[in-house]
Design a protein around this ligand. Structure first.
Ligand SMILES: Cc1c2[nH]c(c1CCC(=O)O)Cc1[nH]c(c(CCC(=O)O)c1C)Cc1[nH]c(c(CCC(=O)O)c1C)Cc1[nH]c(c(C)c1CCC(=O)O)C2
Length: 341
């Protein structure tokens, strides 16, 4: 690899500056994304390896980040299991056949990794294009977060139906989570076999859960997935919104990196973790709407705090919003790349 910054930091080694990539870096804040998106549906883009590679490469070529992330979506596992998935502009993801009863859960298939071969194909095309320049991150959705979309039938503000299932019929929720966990393990191992250099597990909506529910309905399954990965030389990043609270539990699953939202002091989180677990984060994405001197100030505040810490990857606390100015994202990445410890 020409640029080892990301993998060194993920493996808790020291680096001359923090490596940088951003969640949702391959997305709608880029005019060049829309040039492609206007020609294809989102799922067509995910399923065509050449197009998925084109989109993956946009931030590599236009922003100069230190790691690429595969262009795909966390909900493709739900689709492979039998979910009727579509994405509509302005509405977001939709499962037309929500999973709510024992019969719905029993219908979902689990030996489905062959239906996700298009992702392995995309990874191979992307690695040819990257040609050893920077590492490629693969990813999957964590069972709780994917379950919420399957049960609600799409995005939700309060996860009412998901929580009702968990609280009134925990045995059904567990049956569903176990199925998603099995598919997710196979799917991440497929990505590792195809050649990704790291994987990230996205449990975006864990913040909605109580401490006890997080352990029972989320952590347990994430731990099972991480334990089932063929992870030699492939660092595992565990992300959730809620990591400011749940980081000590997340650490029990033994990821290499914990990706932290913006509520916590990152050094305090790092210092409370077992040695050898790196941290990623944790700029509030809203900072990227602000004036450029403000952006620089906030990045430097974080870097001064983290100075001398081995195992730190710079990222946002969550994804880039679609209406964040492209020039501000580019500027933030330049600020990181000019910094030295
Ligand atoms: C919850 C979740 C989803 N998808 C994902 C998550 C977890 C990460 C997070 O918390 O942000 C993960 C994801 N989605 C996408 C990526 C690609 C890689 C990247 O750039 O980070 C990744 C890693 C592309 C995408 N995924 C999606 C788009 C937009 C599709 C479009 O162009 O219309 C992209 C580029 C669609 C998507 N997919 C999902 C939603 C809720 C939406 C709609 C969002 C909205 O409308 O605001 C589910």
């Amino acid at each position: 690899m020409n640029n080892n910054l990301f993998l060194d930091a993920a493996n808790s080694k020291s680096t001359e500056r923090p490596p940088v990539w951003m969640m949702r870096q391959a997305g709608r804040f880029m005019p060049q994304y829309w040039e492609i998106k206007n020609k294809y549906s989102f799922l067509e883009m995910c399923k065509n390896p050449e197009i998925a590679a084109d989109v993956t490469m946009l931030p590599v070529d236009l922003l100069g980040i230190d790691a690429a992330i595969l262009f795909c979506d966390i909900l493709v596992t739900g689709e492979a299991m039998g979910g009727d998935l579509s994405f509509t502009q302005g509405i977001g993801p939709k499962f037309a056949n929500p999973v709510r009863t024992a019969a719905d859960i029993d219908k979902l298939e689990v030996d489905v990794v062959n239906r996700l071969e298009y992702v392995a194909d995309a990874i191979k095309v992307i690695q040819q294009r990257l040609n050893g320049s920077i590492p490629l991150i693969g990813f999957a959705g964590a069972p709780f977060t994917v379950m919420s979309y399957l049960v609600e039938g799409g995005s939700s503000k309060d996860f009412k139906l998901t929580k009702l299932l968990m609280h009134n019929h925990p045995e059904l929720a567990h049956r569903l989570l176990a199925k998603i966990a099995k598919v997710t393990t196979d799917y991440l191992n497929l990505q590792i076999a195809a050649g990704v250099n790291a994987v990230q597990l996205f449990d975006s909506w864990a913040l909605a859960l109580s401490w006890n529910d997080y352990q029972e309905f989320s952590h347990q399954y994430n731990q099972q997935i991480i334990a089932g990965l063929n992870r030699t030389n492939v660092p595992v990043i565990s992300f959730c919104k809620g990591s400011s609270v749940f980081a000590p539990i997340m650490a029990e699953a033994k990821p290499d990196v914990i990706s932290v939202d913006w509520n916590a002091d990152l050094l305090n989180i790092k210092n409370a973790l077992p040695k050898g677990i790196a941290v990623q984060g944790n700029l509030d994405p809203h900072i990227l709407y602000a004036d450029q001197p403000v952006i620089k100030k906030h990045i430097y505040q974080l870097f001064e705090r983290m100075r001398g810490t081995e195992g730190f990857i710079f990222n946002l606390g969550h994804g880039i919003m679609p209406d964040i100015p492209f020039d501000n994202v580019k500027y933030a990445i330049e600020v990181v790349k000019e910094f030295r410890y």
